[in-house]
Ligand binder design. Structure first.
Ligand code: NAD
Length: 325
């Protein structure tokens, strides 16, 4: 390790009272809650977003605004990106005025976006002589988990970096579910596979509920039977209730981002040479829902395709309605 890296690591000793300054780029649905929790944990913040208004509250509570990603990096001990797609990450990190222009040699960049390894791999290759530490650390838990500081975090990278940065992760995530899942890129892969399986559960559940109801079975009876069966899943038991009880398709995670994740998942499958017929079908269903309902519709909107076929929303009867029968 170079002398300079050693010095920067000593400066970032998180066992002392002085916490390192965290640079954070991307203050959207997720970044808003994550930065708030970093602030609560006492990390000084320097922030940037294409939408300056997204930083108003953070700045009022003491965060510094930087006009560019390069300025964020120059004023921080480590930089976190939480951006929509790999293209946004590449722009913010390696583009003009990006993180790499401002970061000192031996600095640290953590990408918490749901992405693929290509961008970070290219950065690692182009900065090999600068000793920049890079981790991929995408998350699960939706904007609610970001706001409550209970995200699940999947980290790809080297063990000493993961341990050194654990206090930063613990400010944003559930300490029990901050997982070092392997070398560089493993965090992205785990996150994409989780989303792929969850979206597959969503489409499969919509299909069986629509068919069962059309065949004359009461929705509540059908769901109870599924929950009590070997076909039960976390989705059937818990997550689908936001639709069945409240008609909530989760606008906290936009359909455009869900389609992005499904596309990245298929890209990953292609890059490792695995054929994924089911994943491709699920992606098509999501894209159809996006065409019909728009980019900003909630991630669970594909359910509406099946509700439209039924001609009625899939909603559980309320307790008072059942009592009145
Ligand atoms: P979002 O669209 O709400 O926010 C992204 C923010 O990034 C926006 O404020 C945008 O202005 C900003 N931005 C874009 N390009 C920029 C650039 N070059 N420089 C500075 N700022 C830039 O997205 P989100 O829902 O917060 O998601 C962020 C990432 O987290 C995505 O990769 C998403 O897949 C992932 N994710 C989201 C959720 C969720 O429930 N929303 C859950 C888990 C993971």
């Amino acid at each position: 390790m170079s002398e300079q890296n050693e010095r920067i690591r000593k400066d970032m000793d998180m066992t002392t009272d002085t916490k390192p300054t965290v640079g954070f780029i991307g203050l959207g649905s997720m970044g808003a809650g994550m930065t708030r929790n970093l602030q609560r944990a006492g990390f000084p913040l320097v922030v940037n977003d294409l939408r300056p208004e997204s930083a108003t509250e953070l700045v009022a509570r003491g965060a510094l605004w930087a006009d560019s990603a390069a300025q964020v990096a120059a004023a921080s001990d480590l930089v976190i990106t939480m951006l929509p797609t790999p293209r946004h990450v590449a722009d913010a990190v390696s583009g003009p005025g990006g993180v790499l222009e401002g970061m000192a040699d031996g600095g640290t960049w953590i990408d918490m976006s749901t992405s693929v390894p290509e961008v970070a791999d290219a950065v690692r290759a182009s900065t090999a002589s600068r000793g920049i530490r890079i981790l991929d650390a995408p998350v699960s838990g939706m904007s609610v988990g970001a706001a409550s500081g209970m995200l699940q975090i999947f980290i790809g990278g080297e063990s000493d970096d993961v341990e050194r940065l654990r206090p930063v992760f613990e400010a944003m995530g559930d300490p029990e579910r901050i997982l070092h899942v392997g070398p560089h890129g493993a965090g992205y892969a785990v996150k994409l596979m989780i989303n792929q399986l969850w979206f597959s559960h969503l489409v499969a559940t919509a299909e069986v509920l629509a068919v069962g109801v059309k065949a004359g079975v009461d929705l509540g009876v059908l769901r109870d039977a599924l929950v009590a069966s070997p076909a039960n899943s976390n989705f059937v038991e818990r997550d689908v209730l936001s639709i069945l009880e409240n008609g909530d398709y989760d606008e906290g995670f936009a359909l455009a981002l869900a389609c992005k994740d499904l596309g990245l998942s298929i890209d990953l499958a292609r890059s490792v040479g695995v054929s994924v017929e089911l994943s491709a079908l699920v992606e098509q269903v999501f894209r159809r829902a996006r065409n019909l309902h728009g980019d900003r519709a909630g991630e669970m909107t594909p359910f509406r395709l099946y509700e439209d076929m039924l001609g009625t929303p899939l909603r559980l009867a309320r307790v008072e309605e059942v009592a009145a029968r």
